[in-house]
Write a protein that binds this ligand. Sequence first.
Ligand SMILES: [Zn+2]
Length: 200
Amino acid sequence: MSLSERIDEAIRNHESWVLRRQKGIPNNLRLFVLACMDERLPVEEILGLQPGDAHIFRNAGGLVTDDVIRSAALTLNFFGTKEIIVINHTECGMMTANGREIVEGLRAKLNVDVERVPLDPSLPELVLTEPGAFEKWFRTFDNVDEATVAQVEFLRRHPLIPKDTIINGYVYEVETNRLRRPHQLLSRRVNTRDELQGRQ
Ligand SMILES: [Zn+2]
């Protein structure tokens, strides 16, 4: 290939990169990742992702919230994405307090009626009027394995997520730097006789 042909190819590749959304080119792996914002969770590294590979959504807990549904619905229905991976993790901050404690903490710190604070500054219609709903909005959880299974189910059942989407969830163990399937705790199988012998 001549130098000018290589230059033209580089120009075309760059154009495809820049104009991906306009040209309807999906991300490289047709993948949407939902993960916790925790700084100990190296999402790209543990999934082996390169720039351009995936749409990555991170929030507190890696939980299916309204904006996850909004973002996933867009990429799955219009941007060519076919697969969702959810990653929750051990020692998540969302297991260190419950919703009521968070609301009390915010009240004490900010001295405002937090239940009347707009949830989305550009969408004042979005308010939670049911008693206790604001507490629930923080979406704390008690068990990371159950939380992971629940997020996958929320996505599978949601009417804005196409039925043929491949959806899987994993727990990232901060202590071992490994991913595992929910409820597939290897330490149980090596540390207890019952698990070792295949009994529950
Ligand atoms: Zn977390």
